[in-house]
Ligand binder design. Sequence first.
Ligand SMILES: Cc1cc2nc3c(=O)[nH]c(=O)nc-3n(C[C@H](O)[C@H](O)[C@H](O)COP(=O)(O)OP(=O)(O)OC[C@H]3O[C@@H](n4cnc5c(N)ncnc54)[C@H](O)[C@@H]3O)c2cc1C
Length: 496
Amino acid sequence: MAIKNIIDADILIIGSGIGALSVAGKLCREGRQITVVTKGLEKSCNSSLAQGGISVALSKEDDYHIHFKDTMAAGCYQNDEEAVMTLVSKAPEIIREFIDTGMKFDTDENGELQFGREAAHSLNRVIHAGGDKTGLLVVEQLLRNINENVTIMRNEMALDLCVKDGQCNGVITRDENGNLKRYKANFTILATGGIGQLYPSTSNDTTITGDGMAMAYRAGCVLKNLEFIQFHPTMLTIDGNAYGLVSEAVRGDGGILINEKGEKIMEGVHPMKDLAPRDVVAREVYAHYLKGEKIYLDISAIHDFRDRFPTVTEICESHGVDLSKNLIPVGPGAHFHMGGVQATPQGVTNIEGLFAVGEVACTGVHGANRLASNSLLEGIVFGKLLAEHISAIDRKAPDFEYEMPVYTVDKLPAKSEIQRKMMDFVGIVRHRSQMHEIMEWFRQYMPQGCDSFCALDLTKTDNAKQEVYNMLTAGWLIADAAMKRHDSIGAHYVVE
Ligand SMILES: Cc1cc2nc3c(=O)[nH]c(=O)nc-3n(C[C@H](O)[C@H](O)[C@H](O)COP(=O)(O)OP(=O)(O)OC[C@H]3O[C@@H](n4cnc5c(N)ncnc54)[C@H](O)[C@@H]3O)c2cc1C
């Protein structure tokens, strides 16, 4: 069946987070016509939620070689060295350029940038804005940086990429009224973020359901490092439910993890104690949680907490946490995906005309575990490199039609069931002897006649069903990757 609603676009970007907007901001000023398709409103993304900040070697004591070393160490040396060097060495100049567009990061009384500390950084390196409102203020600045050459299509979900003979010429979407649309584009950019909503407890926006990864898989993209999922140790957690992130910067400023008896739980676990790499801290908090213990972040050492952390204050108070007691109840939640669509720092994938930027991409910079505050940086720096790459090439996409697949699904699980399975089998701790069970569980939801999660007849689904199908696809791919990596490393922790 041919889709009647056909729209021509030069550059089509899927998603509206920091990766997407960084690309759009540069190209629109060169007069390029850009269409951004986004699932919710433009600020519905993880980028807007980021609290801690952006790591960049801009302080007098710092040097990008130290940033390089910290990034490699946090990533357990599984990182792509060249990509890491590109990121950290280009960062100071690109962040200065971003500041020149009007972005206001927090400064001291002399007007000098303030640098915060986060886990596994060997010195203070994280610049922030509005205290812990960094992500939102960055997204608002990036939105101010785009012009009339950018058209944003809100509440529209990308469903499948149009790929034939290794070439991409656009995407199929469905808008909020249920209309299928076919965009034809010379350049199609995946900027759909990560996979946080695959887990029951997550810091991620509700739109982040692994769609980009699932679409890329169906289109034949090479995917990489999918087993590496970072869990954040400190989500505000009440009665087992997570209600938002308590930034690592709180521990950077002196917050300490304690149990109900007031004992410091990171004491003796790692030399960097509360500022140990995230996987180490998350596993420790999770181990206490499994024993039925409550864990708190003791913030009594932080004097100006409300001013420094207005977002965390708001999240806590709106959920009845009395901050005068200096104790925030916390637990771990899915936070960041180190793996994704294999791409170069310029966003180039194995499919011609299809690019990936931001969290959906796996450029190798994060290795097995991301260094805190390196991902907003990745979106800005590699977003700029991708925009420069597109500027430098002349591509006219081949003209072919999208052939609607024939496959359908008749049963789908509830989202909560997928989330529970993911946490039990491919969560913070993975049991080698049990992981195959989740693969069997996924198998029952594959379309009849297909031995994988193949592309569906889109006229027979709606956006809600497609989202669940994408979660199944992404979960199955992650579980498969986790089964194939036998040893524990970084965020992939396996026991018998
Ligand atoms: C609470 C929180 C705090 C964080 N704090 C920090 C921090 O301090 N520093 C740091 O460096 N990193 C931080 N991170 C991580 C960082 O925010 C993300 O890695 C980064 O913002 C990802 O940017 P992105 O552009 O790739 O994706 P996102 O910002 O997540 O944007 C993805 C976009 O794609 C859209 N989308 C998804 N699927 C579809 C579809 N099918 N069709 C159309 N649109 C779609 C989404 O709606 C969204 O607009 C934090 C993350 C969270 C959740």
